[in-house]
Ligand binder design. Sequence first.
Ligand SMILES: C[S@@+](CC[C@H](N)C(=O)[O-])C[C@H]1O[C@@H](n2cnc3c(N)ncnc32)[C@H](O)[C@@H]1O
Length: 277
Amino acid sequence: MTKPNADPIYTMGRSEGETDRLISQSLLYEGITLRFFREAGVAPGMKALDVGSGAGDVSLALASLVGPEGHVIGVDMNPDILETARARAEAAGHRNVEFVAGDARTLDVGDDFDVVAGRLVLMYMADPAEAVRGFAQRLRPGGVVAFQEADLDRYRTFEHPDTPLMNQIADWVIAVFEQSGAATDMGFRLYRTFLDAGLPAPTMHYEALLGGADAWAGYPYAVQAFASFLPLFEQFGIATADDVGADTLEERLKEEVRTAKLPLLLPPHITAYARVG
Ligand SMILES: C[S@@+](CC[C@H](N)C(=O)[O-])C[C@H]1O[C@@H](n2cnc3c(N)ncnc32)[C@H](O)[C@@H]1O
């Protein structure tokens, strides 16, 4: 558990497996994120800040929208993962993307951004509204604040009597985020966060990935996610490696989907953006 006013534990841990998981997650969520940024007005020539850039996927999405005339700075407090992000930006041929290590709330990266964005990062901050207030100060007038966060509180409402395994994994996921102190309602709370940060009421969307076909990328992603969760599952007494059964989890999930004829739902995300000044 965290102390009051302290940031939550980073639930997914820090490992090569977790970096791979972030990349798989991004491939799944890329469509949502690109649609979101386009609607928020991210366009060629803009300068963008990516808060909590992880393995670089949001920065790469921003880079594809701002184009070679634009500029992207990704900030992450985990310097190791930035090595992966830099290598991926280089491999993608982006010369206008840079990554800086540090706490995005306090690092001085300038105040002339057209967009400040982040995905799955505010949920790890003790005071998201105060953080967003600070991020908005990095914008030039007319700039955009755009965040995408998970909504685990409502994930539970999708539990169905015909999908006991899906219900079980949803309960484990919700429990590990709750016990680590992360904001499980961060997506839904984006609205209040923007208002408390002194921003206009945001434009929002609720989006979720679900699927069932054998080749759906959501299955291996779910198994990877459970590998990242396992140390904290065990630390918090939520589930053991045997309970999770990672070796057979993918096949058991597919079997449940086939039998129940109901899709597997991944945690929903909520997007919110507002133009400032
Ligand atoms: C769940 S990952 C998401 C990464 C990336 N945004 C994505 O969607 O692929 C959250 C990342 O935020 C970083 N992070 C959390 N709090 C941060 C802070 N205050 N400043 C900079 N990075 C932070 C973590 O180190 C981690 O890499």
